[in-house]
Design a protein around this ligand. Structure first.
Ligand code: PLP
Length: 388
């Protein structure tokens, strides 16, 4: 980053800062009735209100607004439509047994959102202030936050460059908005282990690229390979990288493997290191922290290291592949039961009669307990509203 950019986009001393205390609210005159929980489809029904915060390079951040949910009006030449000046976050609000609403490690999402913004020269902001604004949005739409365990309110903060004009330039105008939708458990009937196709003809992310940022530009090109895998009966792509066929991520999730050394009996939990090609998942980080804290180190090693599809295939043949799962906010963990590669099928064991492995199930419970406030852990779960 050049020093001029660094000055403009990180110090921002002459701009108005994003400040929750300036929030203005326009209520929706036609509030929705909540859908029954069993009618909730991920990302299909939105709440009554949305956050909008405009920015420009002269004045900085305008007053945050909460307004009725509805269409945006933008110039057709706006930067977002032509050069993909867009980034987003995905987080959830959980209703605990005392009717308090909790966010799970929202500070991590705010840091990541600022890192994504920095990469495409969109403006930085104080994440704690945005969390306060989001908390007010949650309170306004509280009647739409589902009650049952496994249900939650998905929160989608988005930042776009809105400058009109077709020059490929630093956006001088931007819009940060936040929409929310009530969601059910990712798998409506408990876990459903997935079949993956190991994909090496398409590369999701590469060194020097932007795979570690939640930029919209990373996602549109991933749909075609996913459709192709689906035509062959596989739900997701296991993204490989390079000649070594290093395993990076699965679909839009981070990926973990459990190996067991057949001579020493020692187990290893492995996920790819954050080398710039891997999205730094909050769930990934939480799984690493919890397993390092709670698994017996005489029996377990937890490693951020490269593994390849060849290593997984070889370990599988020796009976040393124990479990595999994806991780992300939407599903927490997503068990894997099979990986197709080069015309061969690698079977991943599951617990007898279940759709998941032992550690996969344990980790899912650990995280869910913290998210729903049944257990406190390092202030990871933050109460942002009390609906009693
Ligand atoms: C969002 C995302 C993840 C998971 O991140 P979480 O913070 O755990 O939800 C993993 N990989 C990709 C490519 C993602 O976009």
């Amino acid at each position: 980053m050049s020093s001029k950019l660094a000055q403009t986009y990180t110090s921002a001393s002459n701009w108005a800062k994003l400040t929750a205390s300036k929030l203005q609210i326009t209520k929706n005159p036609n509030p929705k009735q909540p859908l029954p929980n069993d009618k909730l489809v991920f990302g299909q029904s939105f709440t009554d209100h949305m956050v909008q915060i405009k920015w420009n390079d002269k004045e900085g951040w305008a007053s945050p607004q909460i307004v009725p949910y509805g269409p945006l009006s933008l110039d057709p030449s706006a930067a977002v439509f032509h050069y993909a000046f867009e980034l987003f976050e995905g987080m959830k609000a959980y209703r605990d047994s005392n009717d308090q609403i909790r966010l799970f490690r929202p500070d991590k999402n705010m840091i990541r959102m600022n890192q994504s913004a920095e990469r495409i020269v969109l403006p930085a902001f104080d994440g704690e202030e945005l969390i306060k604004v989001i908390s007010e949005l949650i309170k306004l739409d509280k009647h739409l936050i589902p009650k049952e365990k496994g249900y939650s309110l998905y929160i989608r903060p988005t930042l776009i460059g809105t400058t009109p004009g077709l020059g490929v330039n630093t956006p001088t105008e931007a819009l940060l908005y936040v929409i929310t939708c009530p969601v059910g458990p990712y798998y409506s009937t408990g876990f459903k282990a997935v079949r993956l196709e190991a994909t090496d003809h398409v590369t999701r992310a590469w060194p020097g690229g932007v795979g570690d940022k939640k930029l919209g530009v990373n996602y549109a090109p991933s749909v075609k390979p996913q459709l192709e895998a689906a035509e062959r009966g596989y739900q997701q792509n296991l993204w490989l990288f390079g000649e070594e066929k290093t395993i990076t991520e699965v679909g839009t999730m981070n990926v973990f493997f459990v190996f067991k050394d057949s001579t020493t009996g020692k187990k290893e939990l492995v996920t790819a290191p954050l080398d710039g090609t891997i999205l730094p998942g909050v769930t990934r980080d939480s799984i690493l922290a919890l397993t390092r804290d709670r698994l017996d180190s005489n029996e377990w090693e937890v490693n951020e290291r490269y593994t390849t599809i060849y290593e997984v295939a070889e370990k599988s043949k020796k009976g040393e592949l124990v479990e595999a799962f994806g991780s992300g906010t939407a599903a927490v963990v997503s068990p894997i039961k099979e990986i197709a590669f080069n015309g061969e099928s690698i079977n991943v064991p599951l617990l007898e009669g279940e759709q998941f492995g032992e550690l996969t199930g344990t980790v899912a419970q650990w995280i869910s307990k913290i998210q729903y406030g049944d257990e406190e852990y390092k202030n990871w779960s933050r109460v942002v509203a009390d609906l009693k």
